[in-house]
Ligand binder design. Structure first.
Ligand code: CMC
Length: 374
């Protein structure tokens, strides 16, 4: 392949952004200038969602208004709830969520309005309603009754309530909140770039988020958190971990939850999420996944110098919280909607159609032979 082709856009800077900065050289990630570590320590997910969407941390009055708007938009229409009930129980929840966001566009009165004010209102509606759709399918496919959202619960508490009918301890809710903060935004990753590309044709936010969800589903991106859990289940017990990881590396197979296009010395989100994974494991009395986690990580670093990415600790954390494995990436969605929406609005504000070039290597120019001569 010739040198002027940058497959995978490797190392190419395609635009400017004010939303987040990935800084592998100092192992940091900032949202609007604040490190994610500090945001996890000092803020709720709602505060961070406001920050990502609006550019500044909210004061008390602004936060109250934001929370009120989110909570009052949580309910889905009867039609969409009916549609979710009719969806095949075996469908992957990411496909259900992608379809649900697409359905929301059919009902939204402002679908065609791409003004920044309308986009912010639509972003809020998608942000508030998508967890309800995910939780509805979580229950429907188990043959359980759908649970309506509750206005007196936080974003994270309400998600647990809608999935399980109860809210866990403060520590578990905080660990979930932290995972959402860490998943909220990550510059020009593949799903965000997908959203920006769709937006660049002046298409609408529902379409851009629908496309972003499809992109996030892949195992090289958000789908990795599910793959991590499949791997841990395959390993089964800590005694098998060393042999399993060595065999996998001998076969030159990819180990999910490790490696990153930008971070080569470790993902800056991992230490925080790992701390909360360990806490959840302790609360749940888990001895198995915790040990498997440590063994696989040690061998990956010793043998390959490849470090875990954020999907490595979130996978087992969500499992210990009681979520089905194929709901891990949909949880990623409910958080990343904030980052995608901010990027969609940024793209609209200074748009340029995204249209790269390709090098043609097909047939030479030739004439069409009529059908009876072919
Ligand atoms: N397991 C084993 N080997 C790996 C891994 C891994 N997870 N990641 C990279 N490598 C090796 C790869 O085989 C290659 O080796 P060689 O040079 O001998 O061919 C070398 O490291 C460079 O890898 P690459 O695939 O060319 O690097 P990339 O920047 O294109 O890929 C990646 C980044 C994330 C696609 C890759 O690391 C990967 O497939 N990881 C597993 C999937 C995963 O965990 N994805 C989540 C990404 S972060 C969070 C998110 O977006 O959701």
């Amino acid at each position: 392949m010739s040198d002027d082709i940058k497959k995978g856009l490797l190392g190419i800077v395609v635009d400017e952004t004010t939303i987040s900065q990935v800084m592998p050289e100092i192992n940091s990630l900032t949202y609007r200038g604040y490190t994610v570590q500090e945001l996890c320590d000092k803020c709720s997910f709602e505060e961070v969602a406001f920050l990502v969407l609006n550019g500044e941390l909210p004061n008390e009055k602004q936060l109250k208004k934001f929370i009120k708007e989110e909570r009052s938009n949580r309910k889905l229409s009867k039609q969409i709830l009916k549609d979710i009930q009719k969806m095949p129980k075996k469908a992957h929840p990411m496909d259900v969520i992608r379809t649900s966001v697409s359905l929301m566009s059919l009902e939204d009165k402002e679908t065609k309005d791409n003004s920044s004010k309308a986009n912010m209102r639509k972003a809020m509606r998608i942000f508030a309603k998508t967890p309800t759709a995910i939780a509805a399918f979580f229950r429907v496919r188990k043959g359980k009754k759908i649970i309506s959202p509750k206005k007196n619960l936080s974003f994270s508490e309400n998600f647990f309530h809608m999935c399980f009918g109860k809210v866990p301890t403060k520590e578990i809710v905080k660990a979930f909140d932290v995972s959402l903060i860490l998943y909220a935004e990550h510059s020009f990753n593949v799903s965000t770039f997908t959203a920006r590309t769709i937006t660049s044709s002046l298409s609408d936010i529902h379409g851009a988020i629908t496309g972003a969800i499809a992109s996030l589903k892949g195992p090289l991106h958000g789908g990795a958190n599910e793959e991590v859990m499949h791997m841990m289940n395959k390993i089964k017990k800590p005694e098998n971990a060393l042999k399993w990881i060595n065999n996998t590396l001998d076969k030159k197979d990819v180990v999910m939850g490790f490696g990153h296009r930008v971070y080569k010395k470790g993902d800056s989100r991992v230490p925080t999420m790992q701390k909360y994974f360990k806490k959840v494991a302790e609360i749940k009395g888990d001895k198995k996944f915790n040990k498997i986690y440590d063994i696989v990580e040690r061998v990956m670093i010793d043998r390959k110098n490849i470090h875990p990415n954020v999907d490595y600790p979130t996978g087992p954390t969500y499992h210990l919280m009681g979520f089905d494995t194929d709901f891990f990436t949909p949880i990623f969605v409910i958080s990343r909607i904030t980052g995608w929406s901010a990027h969609i609005m940024e793209q609209h504000a200074a748009n340029k159609l995204i249209r790269p070039l390709s090098k043609y290597k097909g047939q030479e120019h030739r004439k069409v032979m009529l059908l009876n001569y072919r």
